[in-house]
Ligand binder design. Sequence first.
Ligand code: G6P
Length: 602
Amino acid sequence: MCGIVGYIGPKEKKEILLDGLQELEYRGYDSAGIAIIQGEKLNSFKAVGKLKNLREKTKDYTSKGFGISIGHTRWATHGKPTELNAHPHLGAYSYVVHNGIIENYQELKKELQQEGVTFLSQTDTETIVHLFEKYHNEGFEPFEAFKKTVNRLEGAYATLLITEAAPDTIFFAKNGSPMLIGFDGEEVYFASSDTPIIGKANEVYYLEDGEYGYVQNGKVHLFDSHGEKVFHTQPLIADKAMAQKEGYRFFMEKEIYEQSRVMGETMMGRVLEEEIVLDELDADFFKGINTIKICACGTSYHSALTAAYLFERLAKIRCDVEIASEFRYKEPLLTKDTLFVTISQSGETADTLEALKMAKRAGLKSLSICNVDNSSIVRESDTAILTRAGIEKGVASTKAFATQTMVLWMLALYVGQVKQTLPKEVLKAEIDAMLHTPKALVVTDELHARLHRLSKRYLHGHGFFFIGRDIFYPLALEGALKLKEISYLHAEGYPAGEMKHGPIALADAELFTIALMPKTMHYDKIKSNVEELSARDATICAISPLPFELADDFVQTHYSSHPMVEFFEMMVVTQLLALEISVRLGNDVDMPRNLAKSVTVE
Ligand code: G6P
């Protein structure tokens, strides 16, 4: 949610900022901007819409030679996506970029306005730059003025500030929103995540909440509430090749195709012939644990819902799932026999992170399942199991969901193993099924062509219902979410058995039902639910290994003997269907309107 970059050094700053923002564009793409101070000269550019507009606007500008620079790509929270609301925000002689939400901005803004400050934008961010200049004008040195400013901010922020009053310095502060500092000799980079600095910096420091400071002459001065502190960088290791499209039309498409391969990575060293090994967990990790509570948002929440069936059925351990934004304000009753699990592809989702902090304050043991090592959620948890999906760039999550669900399935088996609630032969059968999932995830040309053909019939209508039972209900929720995220058509996921308690009133030929009809799980039950809809003229697209005579459209999956294998195969079908509908509608598949990949505001 919003991306920040910064650079101080002798290289061409415009290119470094634009390339960095390109890597972060998936986090927000309503508008973008850069500001550069070189010598005494301050330049800034902003453009509404995608980054290419900013590139176009800055094409004749160069910025070689030593200087300081900041950039931002925005996902609007306060104020429309206009040029005035785009970052960097200007005071009289300083610029600021910010990611997060300043919760007390109205109070600060009122105070500043009463002192005669004129605000140009509707953003919360602009208060930072005016507050800084107010303190500086009162006679404080730039760093003191910045420190006083940061002390006044409430809420979440990662912010960079540059000023003509200190043209060789970048000021930074972090609380709640992610930011890191990259190092290459005397050159220093800032970014919201490590992708913009891969290949540029070789050492990195991930800022902690409450840290702030400044960088000058290649040296970073870092402070927290106890004063200046010594910090240790770590080597930056990442493979940028993982984040290229490699011939696919869209990142999402590439990521759907990759699922079969990355699932192998997820299982490697963890799924053995007769047992699940999770080196991340101590032998007595589950000692004293009687309940599992999972908190997550969006797609990750659907993965959690799937897992709840598996934990109770396979491991015989109670499992509750909650949407993190609901959990935070419900005054939950937390007991110490509960393992608190958070699931997040980005590891930065504000609500999930805050839920985790609450659970920790209540003394619960915590485990996160995440795709990004060193992310805030991973660092905050007692232990983490990484999903190993590789960088996911499509805003609509696909391989992250698949690998999260796999890790949770493994974890359910692992708990059954350590608590001895899972008979050996069942464990063996589950592992056999697991080893079959990479095959179930392979996208064949035939399948893709079939969904491409089908998609043309689903571009209108007054809505979609994805229906399923048991673990296929969360999959229905996920299928509907994928479709609405990238097609902008209304879609809902529903438990098939609930349709007659209301939604069936909507049934007519323009109501599209995507029915998940696995052979291995309640086939006859869901068949009757679909028949009820068909009798009321709803258009049925059935996904099943068994031919279904009432289906208007039919996507045949393979025979399998295990529900999870059917689950993963049907997951691919729903992902490809959403993709093809979105393409036909001419939408931006990888950066759908109004969405962001990493939601760092609540
Ligand atoms: C955003 C993303 C979704 C994601 C959700 C939760 O809405 O667009 O794809 O499922 O956030 O994110 P997390 O990183 O915590 O899984």
